[in-house]
Design a protein around this ligand. Structure first.
Ligand SMILES: [Ca+2]
Ligand SMILES: [Ca+2]
Ligand SMILES: [Ca+2]
Length: 227
């Protein structure tokens, strides 16, 4: 083999290595659906169809006033609006930056409320992440439970009876790292029980690149994992 041939071979190898690197960098990340089912103490992974029933909350109807007629609850940008017969009866504080909403009975008292995860500034102007319960009481919409700021910010939440005991649990996708509000970092899934004046943690998953929290008709939790 001549020197010229050798150089040609090395150049070809270098080109192949470079093209392989470019291909690996641009390889699309794989997404798969991961399911979790719960018992009264814990949750565990389970097989689920590769479709995720979860969609970001935009609007929903539930009877907040207790008269048998559902109200319409909308999330517009970062603001919640409640409409009764097409007329707005309440909207959330403009200082709140609402990130997700779930409708149901989060505090297990037989009445429906709005459960919201939101950012709001404290007295020092620091933005903190809270879960809040907003209800219709005494003829008006009001905040009836303001959870203290969470260390692991909530990105998505839903209410579902994931263990089949007739009581809804709170399911949350939260930052795996304290204080992290980034949309691309790792998350954990957690399941919480109402204990009378707040939520207590039942179970928390290992961290993963999770998003799109949903629940099947059989109340199996489904999250999309990016790998
Ligand atoms: Ca109503
Ligand atoms: Ca309730
Ligand atoms: Ca339950």
């Amino acid at each position: 083999m001549t020197l010229r041939h050798q150089r040609g071979g090395i150049a070809t190898l270098a080109l192949v290595a470079m093209l392989t690197t470019i291909w690996l960098i641009h390889l699309p990340s794989q997404e798969r659906q991961v399911g979790f089912t719960c018992n009264p103490q814990s949750c565990h992974q389970t097989a689920v169809p590769q479709e995720n029933p979860g969609t970001p909350f935009m609007k929903g109807a539930i009877d907040l006033t207790g008269d048998g007629e559902p109200e319409m609850i909308q999330l517009e940008g970062h603001e919640i609006r409640v409409l009764q017969n097409g007329a707005e009866i309440w909207h959330s504080d403009p200082e709140w930056q609402v990130v997700d909403v779930a409708l149901g009975d989060p505090n297990d008292n037989g009445r429906y409320e709005i459960l919201a995860a939101l950012w709001k500034p404290n007295d020092a102007g620091e933005r903190l992440n809270h879960p809040y319960i907003i209800a219709h009481r005494g003829g008006t919409m009001k905040l009836i439970w303001g959870g203290s700021a969470v260390t692991h910010p909530i990105h998505e939440l839903l209410l579902a009876d994931v263990d089949g005991d007739g009581v809804q649990e709170l399911c949350v996708l939260e930052s795996a790292q304290p204080g992290d509000s980034s949309n691309t970092s790792q998350r954990t899934l957690s399941v919480w029980d109402w204990h009378g004046w707040g939520f207590s943690l039942r179970w928390r998953s290992e961290p993963g690149h999770y998003h799109n929290l949903g629940v099947t008709e059989e109340n199996t939790i489904v999250i999309t994992s990016r790998e």
